[in-house]
Write a protein that binds this ligand. Structure first.
Ligand code: ADP
Ligand code: ASP
Ligand code: MG
Length: 412
């Protein structure tokens, strides 16, 4: 029998009534002749609550204990869905990450899946067609025997990894929107649902802020070639729509120049004034940051004329802002700067599309459109299929809407 992985996010399992609705989606696919693994998230808001409790208990918490706590939300929903399926006469059991096992690295709170042993679940399929209800987000580090979690939004990655391990026909990610949109439909009501998007574009969208899928899940889908759908759990279980297929570029007939727009609020900008302009300065700044695992994104060095100093500005995630400033202060003598300035009220808006490979001037049009709205650009980066601009936070929505219209993405 063909196999299917179905994943349900937090809003889709927010209470018992919604879990019953999930069970109806599962029943439909069972009736269609699939063996099924369902991956569930914690109930909406639960993980945030658990994270807050950890911080209250001990602000400098041990990451292994943090994982023991925050993984528990998924234990609850996996059991509840198995109970609900059983109440409908459907054989089902819950599986925690450690029981399968889903083996991960020991990077607590941000672990990566190394391997999934699918044998026990496959046995369940063969013996009585039992539905495997898998707790998302969690795994085990084998050597230490400790529970790990995969980073926020990690159930998406559990689902795609499960689909690869089970050689499933596809992975369906059910969420509270009916697909991937040209931009976040909560910000731009005119956003359009895409029938298909390439793995590469989805990877950029997710990396640049579109929270609809965890970045790692898209990476895995691309590497393991898992056809992945994003679709709505709020559709009528008897008559659902397919949503958006994330697939190879060659499976998409028509390409727009621009496919989507993403934005990220977790940004901050740091400027070092009057840095000595001599070889080795960039290394003196960025090596200590790299060693501290701080992800530096946009970097601009002002071209200096005859003077012996220059200004360097760069961005780091807002969540790393304080740590970055502390490291720069510590290395002040080695770097040799006069002053550091910082700004956290900034956002990064990014425009994505494989069509940019073959079209010139796509970014230039954006710069013009933003200037017409008096939006100042603080920094720019470009790569083959995307460009990003850093702007002041109050202009985020205006910038996204302006670019969305500019590239003809608005729903008509
Ligand atoms: P789940 O709890 O099901 O994992 P998430 O909240 O993680 O759901 O992801 C779904 C949300 O992603 C949507 O409600 C939507 O606001 C947001 N989102 C951001 N960008 C996009 C986009 N381009 N297309 C669709 N949804 C998006
Ligand atoms: N419950 C986890 C979170 O909120 C994992 C997930 O929902 O994907 O981040
Ligand atoms: Mg999610």
């Amino acid at each position: 029998m063909p196999r299917l992985v179905m994943k349900f996010g937090g809003t889709s399992v927010a209470d018992i009534e919604r879990i019953r609705n999930v069970a109806l989606h599962v029943k439909r696919e069972l009736d269609a002749g699939y063996h099924i693994a369902v991956v569930v998230s914690a109930m909406a808001g639960k993980t945030n609550e658990l994270v807050a409790w950890c911080k209250q208990a001990n602000p400098r918490f041990d990451p292994a204990e943090y994982d023991a706590v925050v993984s528990s939300g998924e234990q609850v929903t996996s059991g509840l869905l198995a109970l609900t399926l059983q109440s409908m006469g459907i054989p089902a059991r819950s599986w925690q990450g450690w029981q399968i096992p889903i083996k991960t690295t020991d990077a607590h709170a941000a672990a990566r899946i190394d391997d999934i042993d699918a044998a026990a679940i496959l046995r369940g399929f063969e013996e009585n067609g039992s539905v495997a209800v898998v707790a998302g987000f969690q795994g085990i580090h084998e050597d230490s025997g400790r529970i790990t979690t995969l980073g926020r939004g990690g159930s998406d990655t559990s689902a795609v990894a499960m689909a690869a391990a089970l050689e499933a026909e596809r992975c369906d990610i059910y969420t509270d929107v009916d697909g991937v949109y040209t931009t976040d439909p909560r910000i731009v009501p005119k956003a359009r649902r895409l029938d298909r998007i390439s793995y590469e574009e989805m990877l950029e969208m997710a990396s640049l802020g579109a929270k609809v899928l965890q970045v790692r899940s898209v990476e895995l889908a691309m590497i393991r070639k898992v056809p992945t759908y994003v679709r709505s759990s709020f559709d009528d279980p008897a008559d659902p729509k397919l949503g958006t297929l994330i697939c190879g570029e060659e499976e998409i007939m028509e390409h727009q120049t621009v496919t989507g727009i993403a934005y990220s609020k977790d940004e901050s900008q740091i400027t070092l004034r009057n840095v000595a302009d001599r070889p080795g300065i960039a290394a003196a700044i960025f090596v200590p940051l790299a060693e501290a695992n701080i992800n530096v994104d946009m970097i601009i060095q002002v071209v200096s004329d005859a003077s012996t100093t220059t200004d360097i500005t760069f961005t780091v995630p807002e969540s790393e802002y304080e740590r970055t400033l502390a490291i720069l202060e510590k290395n002040k003598d080695a770097i040799d700067f006069s002053e550091v300035q910082g700004e956290t009220e900034v956002v990064k808006v990014s425009v994505i599309g494989v069509g940019m490979r073959s079209h010139a001037g796509v970014a230039a049009r954006a710069f013009k459109a933003l200037s017409e709205k008096h939006i100042n650009i603080r920094a720019i980066t470009t790569s083959e299929i995307k460009f990003s601009v850093l702007i002041d936070a109050p202009y985020a929505e205006l910038a996204v809407r302006t670019l969305h219209s500019l590239y003809n993405l608005d729903q008509v």
